[in-house]
Ligand binder design. Structure first.
Ligand code: SF4
Ligand code: SF4
Length: 345
């Protein structure tokens, strides 16, 4: 029982229980599950396992998250766009304040809204010329009340005062508008892609990216495995076993096991199995992936020998360093003078 309760399983159980009690923990649970899938997927890719189920699962999760986010973004931006225009009928009842820059300073107003209509506009503060700006603001106030819209013509000869007054009324009304949702830059990009039907291109691109990633994965492993790279293409079909006159070597199906061991980098095992091969080449002629078992074995043994040579060289260097240290300590002499005792060498 204990061996099944691995850390990821324990964490999942704990967070699931937590999620039952605290709804906010559900997000944590989803994050944890995604995290586990990604972590396992990366481990699989790093280890070069043939079974990449978690890696594929991670890609599917990322794909689904991106898709979900794309549609959510589109909804978010659409909602935001609906509220781009100031619509007095949507303004909630109440009194709102706003300010605008007139010709001679700030113009502050209080706008009263009742049942979707502007019922009163009070000028709270202004320093415009009464005979020009003052008159213009009063005229604009009447026009706005009459038309129930802020987009009214400015009064000629008092354009700056008119604009300042309209800006103040507009800002006050915006205060009463339903809140616009915050839209992130990424959400806008997603919306643009959807609106322009680029989502199809995007999803196709993701599919292409997926294939490219798989190819890159295989290529990287082929490069890493150098000459043994062809073993990565083995499909465990056992055709080579049927073709090979040996068939079973050291209790394992031959030469398939040898190829699979090479893929795992277990070159010592390949070295043990290689002597069973008689070099008839029947396996490579039949293998659907064109794998030559003797060639894989030869490359593996070459890599193994290289590794052994490197280790031996390292060992020699360590021994040499140790000898030098010992020699140096032997050469040291103790010199006694009137000033004291010193070590030379
Ligand atoms: S070359 Fe070796 S591994 Fe391949 S079929 Fe012949 S004996 Fe078997
Ligand atoms: S025939 Fe080729 S692909 Fe099939 S198991 Fe043998 S080496 Fe692998």
């Amino acid at each position: 029982m204990e061996r099944y309760l691995t850390r990821p399983v324990r964490l999942t159980i704990f967070t699931s229980l937590l999620a039952l009690v605290f709804p906010a923990a559900r997000l944590l649970l989803v994050g944890l599950l995604i995290g586990i899938a990604l972590w396992k997927g990366i481990k699989e890719l790093k280890a070069g396992n043939q079974n990449k189920s978690y890696a594929y699962l991670s890609i599917v999760i990322i794909f689904l998250l991106l898709t979900g986010y794309t549609f959510y973004s589109a909804h978010q931006v659409r909602t935001a766009l609906q509220n781009v225009e100031l619509d007095i009928s949507q303004v909630k009842d109440g009194q709102y304040q706003g300010q605008g820059e007139g010709k001679r300073g700030l113009i502050k107003v209080a706008v009263e809204v009742n049942e979707g209509e502007v019922t009163e506009i009070k000028i709270l503060e202004e320093s415009e010329t009464p005979s020009i700006g003052g008159v213009a603001m009063n005229k604009l106030k009447n026009q706005i009340l009459k038309k129930q819209a802020v987009e009214v013509d400015s009064i000629s000869g008092a354009t700056l005062s008119s604009n300042g007054f309209k800006a103040a009324v507009s800002k006050a009304l915006w205060e009463g508008m339903p809140k616009k949702p915050e839209v992130s830059g990424l959400a806008k990009v997603m919306y643009f892609l959807l609106e322009n039907n680029l989502n199809k291109v995007t999803f196709n691109s993701l599919a292409i990216l997926f294939i490219i990633l798989m190819m890159v994965d295989y290529t990287i492993h082929a490069i890493l495995a150098k000459d043994t790279g062809q073993s990565l293409n083995c499909m465990n079909c056992q055709t080579c076993v049927g073709a090979c006159p040996v068939k079973i070597a050291d209790g394992d199906p031959f030469p398939m096991t040898m190829v699979l061991e090479a893929r795992l980098g277990n070159y010592e095992r390949v070295e043990e199995l290689a002597p069973y091969c008689v070099g008839c080449s029947k396996c490579s002629g039949k293998c659907p992936a064109g794998i030559s078992a003797p060639s894989v074995a030869g490359s593996s043994i070459k890599l193994l020998n290289k590794k052994r040579q490197e280790e031996a060289a390292k060992e020699r260097d360590v021994v040499k360093d140790r000898d030098i240290i010992q020699d140096e300590s032997i050469d040291q002499t103790v010199v006694t003078t009137d000033q004291g005792v010193s070590v030379e060498g």
